[in-house]
Design a protein around this ligand. Structure first.
Ligand code: URA
Length: 239
C-alpha cells in the first residue's frame, strides 16, 4: 500500500503537489469514492480515476511504435523531431526511451520503455535476440550473398559481423535480413559491402515481438500482457 499522492506521482503525469490539488478539487476517485486526502493509502489493484478516467498504475510502460521515416530514435534533440514527440504528453513525462536505435530513414518496429533492465538484457550481445529487417536494395540479392551472410561478413573497417540470415524475396530486389546484434548502420553496411546498397529499410520484429501491421506510420500502442511476458522470457528476465 502506498500514499495516493505518491502512487499517482509515480506515473510521471503529475507532481505530488499537483496530485494534492487534484484531490482538493475532488477530481480523484478511488473505487468510485471521491478521495478525501492525498495521504490515503491505496494499492495498484484499486481503480483510481482522475476526472473520470482510470489511471494506469503499472510499474513500467512498454510501447510498440511503427516508426515513421524522418524521425530520430532519440529521447531529445535540439533541432529535430524525435519518436518521443509522437507520444501523448503524459507518456513523454515518464522517461521512456527507445530500445536500440533505428536510423532516421528506417521505419518499423521500435520498442519504447522505461524498464532499463529489460532494455539492457534485450540489447546485451549474449541474449542473441534476433532482429528481422525487410530491405529493398539497389541490385539483386543472390545465393553468394546468402552464403556470405551465413559465414559472417568482415566489413572494410575490420568489423566482424556475427553470422546473419539473408532471404531473397521475389526477384532479389527485396530481402529479409536477420541479425543477432545491432551495430551502427549494420544492415546497410553489410548489404553495401556485398554491392547491394539499401534503398529502404523496415524492422519487422525483435525477438518474439512482431510489428503490428495495423499500426499506421507513427502509430503506437501499449504491448499486451502476453507480448510483454514473451519479451521478458526472450530477454531471460522476470516479468
Ligand atoms: N541497420 C541499419 O543499417 N539501420 C537501421 O536502422 C537498423 C539496422
Amino acid at each position: 500500500m502506498e500514499r495516493l499522492d505518491k502512487l499517482l506521482a509515480s506515473t510521471g503525469r503529475w507532481s505530488r503537489s499537483q496530485v494534492k490539488e487534484l484531490v482538493r478539487q475532488g477530481r480523484v476517485r478511488i473505487d468510485g469514492q471521491t478521495a478525501a486526502k492525498p495521504e490515503y493509502k491505496c494499492g495498484p489493484e484499486q481503480n483510481i480515476e482522475v476526472d473520470g478516467v482510470s489511471v494506469c498504475l503499472q510499474k513500467f510502460v512498454y510501447i510498440m511504435m511503427n516508426k515513421p521515416a524522418g524521425w530520430l530514435s532519440a529521447t531529445e534533440d535540439k533541432r529535430q523531431q524525435t519518436v518521443l514527440d509522437l507520444l501523448d504528453k503524459p507518456l513523454q513525462r515518464r522517461g521512456l526511451f527507445p530500445v536500440g536505435r533505428l536510423d532516421k530513414d528506417t521505419t518499423g518496429l521500435l520498442l519504447l520503455t522505461d524498464d532499463g533492465e529489460l532494455a539492457h538484457r534485450l540489447l546485451a550481445p549474449k541474449s542473441h535476440v534476433d532482429k528481422v529487417y525487410l530491405a529493398r536494395v539497389d541490385g539483386r540479392v543472390d545465393r553468394e550473398d546468402v552464403a556470405a551472410f551465413r559465414a559472417g561478413i568482415t566489413l572494410d573497417d575490420g568489423l566482424e559481423c556475427l553470422p546473419a540470415g539473408l532471404e531473397p524475396l521475389e526477384d532479389g530486389s527485396r530481402c529479409l535480413v536477420t541479425l543477432q546484434e545491432g551495430k551502427f548502420h549494420q544492415v546497410k553496411r553489410m548489404l553495401a559491402f556485398r554491392g547491394k546498397p539499401v534503398l529502404e529499410l523496415k524492422r519487422l520484429s525483435m525477438g518474439p515481438l512482431q510489428l503490428d501491421e495495423s499500426l499506421p506510420a507513427g502509430g503506437w500502442r501499449q504491448l499486451t500482457q502476453e507480448e510483454t511476458a514473451r519479451l521478458h522470457e526472450a530477454a531471460g528476465s522476470k516479468n
